[in-house]
Design a protein around this ligand. Structure first.
Ligand code: PLP
Length: 293
C-alpha cells in the first residue's frame, strides 16, 4: 500500500517573506497546524484537488489557474504558481506511480493576525468509484438560494471560488441521503441548473452536449473542459449556456464530472429514472483516464 505524502509550500505567495527553501516534506500523520489557523477557525482559504494517474497530475495547469483565481476572489496573496507546481510534482514523485491517487493543495490565510498564508500539497490513494461510474448515481436538485447572477451582484459571497468553506457542500450530501439519493445538483433561486457540490453538470440534449455557463457563481470544471475537448474531437457539438431546471429534467442523459470520480452518469433525477448512456460514459472515462494532459 502506498502511504500518503505531505509537502509544505514555503515560498508560497507574492509579498510573503521568502524563506530559505521553496518547499519541504513533512509527516502527514503528525499534527502540523495550530488551532489559530484561519482555515480551522473560519474555513478561510482555498484549495484544489487534481487527479493523479500513475504518477501523472491531470490538468495541473488548469487547476493552478483556478487556484490563482480563487486567491484573487478571496483577496489572498497571489500564489507563486511555479513553486506550487514544483511542490506538487515533488510530492507526487515521492508518492510514486502506483494506480489512481489525488493531490489536494491548500492555501490558508494563516494564523490570525499574521497575514502570512500557509500552504501544502497532500497526495493519497483515490477512492474506488467503479460502482458509481458503472451503475450511475441518484441525484436530487437542491436550491442554493442565490440567483444565477449572484457572482455579479454579490461578489463578496465568493460564489465561484474554491474556498475551504465546504460545510454546505457536505450538508447537501446528507440531505440527498435523507431523500434516498447519492449526490446533488444545485439550482439557482431563479430556476437554473448550476453544479454539484463537488462536480460539474454535463447534459446531453439530442446530439448536443451542454454545461451551465460559468458566470453563474459556479466553478469552471477542469474535468468538464477535458470532456468537451474529447467530445468536440469526436464531432459532437458542445455548448456553455443557461439550462433551466425544466430543461435539466428533460435531458437525454446527464453526468456529474469531477477530477477524481471523473464521469458519473446520473440514473435518477429527483426520483425519476434517467437513461444511463453507458457507451458515452465508457468513452468519456477512457478519454479522461488518459495520462496525456
Ligand atoms: N464544482 C465544484 C463546486 C467543485 O467543488 C468541483 C470539484 O471539486 C467541481 C465543480 C469540478 O471541478 P473539477 O472537474 O475541476 O474537479
Amino acid at each position: 500500500m502506498t502511504t500518503p505524502v505531505l509537502f509544505f509550500v514555503d515560498d508560497l505567495a507574492e509579498g510573503v517573506p521568502t524563506p530559505g527553501q521553496s518547499f519541504h516534506r513533512a509527516d502527514p500523520a503528525a499534527p502540523q497546524l495550530t488551532v489559530l489557523d484561519l482555515s480551522v477557525t473560519r474555513g478561510d482559504g482555498i484549495f484544489e484537488t487534481a487527479g493523479v494517474l500513475q504518477g501523472h497530475v491531470q490538468a495541473l495547469d488548469a487547476h493552478l489557474r483556478r487556484f490563482a483565481r480563487s486567491a484573487r476572489i478571496l483577496d489572498l496573496p497571489a500564489p507563486r504558481l511555479d513553486v506550487w507546481r514544483a511542490t506538487i510534482l515533488a510530492a507526487v514523485a515521492a508518492y510514486g506511480a502506483a494506480g489512481r491517487a489525488y493531490v489536494k493543495f491548500i492555501m490558508t490565510r494563516g494564523i490570525e493576525g499574521t497575514g502570512v498564508p500557509i500552504g501544502w500539497a497532500y497526495v493519497a490513494k483515490a477512492d474506488d468509484f467503479t460502482a458509481a461510474r458503472r451503475d450511475g448515481i441518484r441525484v436530487v436538485t437542491l436550491d442554493r438560494g442565490y440567483r444565477q447572477d449572484v457572482a455579479q451582484t454579490s461578489p463578496w459571497l465568493l460564489q465561484g471560488a474554491k474556498t475551504l468553506s465546504y460545510a454546505v457542500n457536505k450538508a447537501v450530501l446528507r440531505e440527498a441521503a435523507r431523500r434516498g439519493a447519492d449526490d446533488v445538483i444545485f439550482t439557482s433561486s431563479d430556476g437554473y441548473a448550476l453544479e454539484g457540490p463537488t462536480s460539474t453538470v454535463l447534459a446531453r440534449f439530442g446530439g448536443t452536449y451542454a454545461t451551465p455557463d460559468t458566470d453563474q457563481g459556479i466553478l469552471a470544471g477542469t474535468t468538464q473542459a477535458r470532456a468537451f475537448t474529447h467530445l468536440e474531437q469526436a464531432g459532437h457539438p458542445c455548448e456553455y449556456r443557461r439550462i433551466t431546471t425544466t430543461e435539466l429534467a428533460a435531458a437525454d442523459a446527464l453526468w456529474l464530472l469531477s477530477s477524481t470520480r471523473l464521469a458519473a452518469p446520473v440514473r435518477a433525477l429527483d426520483g425519476r429514472a434517467v437513461v444511463v448512456d453507458a457507451e458515452t460514459t465508457a468513452r468519456l472515462l477512457a478519454a479522461l483516464e488518459s495520462a496525456e494532459e
